[in-house]
Design a protein around this ligand. Structure first.
Ligand code: DAH
Length: 341
């Protein structure tokens, strides 16, 4: 019977068309093409009227089954399309919350900052506070209050950068001593790290910009013994071995007596080598007892109060630690140099 064949071929056609559908819209269009109001199967069934009762039964049953079959194909295809849709969506939107950033190139602290922070830790563990001051200073703070006379050679244009308004770029962190003496009530212990400036011809051992840490302790009965103990503690921790020191006389207007502190040569342990020019000692830092004029200038009675001060050059310290022969590397911004630290 041709109508039965027609129904069978509609089923085959529907199966094929539905299996190709890519989206739910396509699926629904196809569904309508076969079992919608104007669908192929519906059209065929219109011809049913001309059939006998027996035939109507057989064909009607077949048509029903066809309808159910096509519907079930549509639904299973619909599920498949949905599954695929979510699979693609999940894959494209997936991210691993535990995954960390691809490693980028990492920077590091400048070796001078590193040693500065180390020194700050050492001193704070000994009860020192950290003080700061401006890089542009008054002549009074940088020189006057530190007992530099008006005609002292350090004030010379050759050493100092002056600003147009009569101030200057501080030539040493000792300027912060003056601020400490003016602002703190003794007894006190401070260090003051900072950048300093000199009008220098730049070469392997001279820079116009470099770094110091100033230290100052003021109290009653502060003596050279306190100074030596503090310096030996500091240096043994910085160099990670026991460091011996010796004091030689040195002149700075703001200390009396003033010293150059030497340490036993770290390379030959004092036996004599090319680094210490066979002397067994390395000149490391200037220091001394705070000059009575500096104390009384700040309104402190030198008979009651005494103190020590020192000035540590950070560039030199880093150069010694890493065996660096040219101070100009520090400000060069040279990455091949900086990446080593
Ligand atoms: N301020 C001096 C300089 O830069 C270094 C110095 C010497 C600091 C003796 C001190 C000191 O505190 O007591 O050259």
């Amino acid at each position: 019977m041709s109508i039965i064949k027609e129904i069978e071929s509609i089923i085959l056609e529907a199966e094929e068309a539905l299996s190709k559908a890519q989206s739910e819209e396509e699926l629904d269009t196809n569904k309508n093409n076969f079992i919608g109001k104007k669908g192929k199967l519906t059209q065929v069934l219109k011809g049913l009227a001309s059939l006998s009762v027996e035939e109507k039964k057989t064909v009607g049953k077949l048509a029903n089954e066809a309808q159910v079959k096509i519907e079930s194909i549509v639904e299973s295809k619909r599920n498949k399309i949905k599954e695929e849709f979510y699979e693609v969506k999940l894959k494209s939107e997936f991210f691993d919350v535990l995954r960390t950033e691809e490693p980028k190139e990492k920077g590091s602290l400048h070796p001078i900052s590193q040693i500065q922070y180390e020194i700050e830790d050492i001193f704070t563990s000994m009860g020192f506070s950290i003080m700061d001051g401006p890089e542009v200073e008054t002549d009074e703070n940088n020189f006057g209050a530190l007992n530099f006379t008006e005609d002292h050679p350090a004030r010379d244009m050759q050493d100092t950068f002056y600003t147009k308004d009569g101030n200057l770029l501080r030539t040493h962190t000792s300027a912060i001593q003056v601020r400490a003496l003016r602002n703190l009530k003794p007894p006190f212990r401070i260090i003051a790290p900072g950048r300093v400036f000199r009008y220098e011809e730049v070469d392997a051992s001279h820079e116009n910009t470099f770094y110091q840490v100033e230290g100052m302790v003021v109290g009653e009965g502060i003596s050279i013994a306190h100074l030596i103990y503090t310096m030996e503690t500091l240096l043994s921790r910085v160099f990670r071995k026991e460091v011996k020191t010796r004091l030689r006389p040195g002149y700075f207007p703001f200390v009396e007596p003033g010293f150059e502190l030497d340490i036993n040569c770290l390379v030959c342990e004092g036996k004599g080598c090319s680094v210490c020019k066979q002397s067994g000692w390395l000149e490391l830092l200037p220091c001394g007892l705070v000059h009575p004029n500096v104390l009384s200038h700040a309104g402190l009675d030198p008979k009651k109060w005494s103190g020590f001060a020192f000035g540590l050059g950070l560039d030199r310290l880093v150069m010694m630690r890493y065996n660096i022969h040219d101070i100009r590397y520090f400000q060069s911004g040279n990455l091949r140099f900086l990446k080593q630290f």
